[in-house]
Design a protein around this ligand. Sequence first.
Ligand SMILES: [Zn+2]
Ligand SMILES: [Zn+2]
Length: 281
Amino acid sequence: MLYADLHIHTKYSHGNNTPAEMYAKACSLGLRLVGFTEHSPRPKGFDYTHEYRDALTAMLPTYVREVCALRDNPQKGANQEICQVLFGMEMDWLEDEEDFARASAKAFDFDYLLGSVHFIGHWGFDDGVDPWLTASQEQCETWYEDYFTAWEAMICSGLYAIAAHPDLIKIFSVDQFHIWLQKPQAQAQVGHALDCLRKQGMAMEISSAGLRKRCHEIYPCEAIMAMAASREIPITFASDAHGVNDIAYGFDILERYAARFGYREHCAFQHGKTRTFPFGE
Ligand SMILES: [Zn+2]
Ligand SMILES: [Zn+2]
C-alpha cells in the first residue's frame, strides 16, 4: 500500500469536491500524505472548450485558505495515523509565457509545484479526441516532438518539483505513440529531457489517471519508466483525482508497476525539503 497521493484537484477548477471533502476521503482511506494541486489559472488565449478560468481565479484565495487550514489542523485517519496535507498547485508550461509562470509560482508559499504540459502552442491537446481521430502517424509524431520539447523546457525552467503525467500526449493516440517511441530519435529526445530532470533534482510522477482515460495506460509508459529507472530518477505517486472516488485510484497497480523497474521508494516535497518513503509507507 502506498500512503501518499500528491496530485488531486477540487471543485474550484473542474473537480467535484471541496478540499475538506477530498481530505475526509483521504483520511478514510488511511493515507498519510495528501498533496492538493489545483490548477493554476492560465492566461487568456490558452482555453479549453469548458473553460473554468474565471471561476477558478475568483475562488483561488478560498482554495488557498481552505487547503492551508487543513494543513495546519491535520486529522487522524482510519488507521489512527495523522494524514498530513501539502499545499501545492499544478502549473502549466505555456509557450512564451515563462514570466507568467514565474509570477504564479511566487504568488503563494507552496510546498511544491507540479509542472505540466497540456498545450502545444495554444492548443489544449487533451481537450478532446476529435483532432486525433483523423491525424496521420506523421502528424502525431510532430505533436509528440513538440510536446517533449515543451516538457524539457518546463523541466529546465527550475520552477517545479515534480514532472506530472510525463507522457500525457499519448492520451488519444496510444498506438501511434508507441510506434514513435521505438524510434532512436524519439528515445534520444525523451532521454535528454530525463537527463535534465535528474540534473534539476526533480521527481517524475507515476499517475493512475491514464488508466481512466482513452489510452488505458499508466503515465508514463514502460519504456519511459525504464529510462527513468536507469537514471535513478526519484518518483512520486498520483491519482490526479478530480473527485473523492478517484483518490489513490489504482495505487496497488502503481506500486507493483514501479517495483518491476526496481523502484523501492517514493518521495514528497515539503517546503523545498525532499522526504523519501519506502514502499509500504
Ligand atoms: Zn494535468
Ligand atoms: Zn491534474
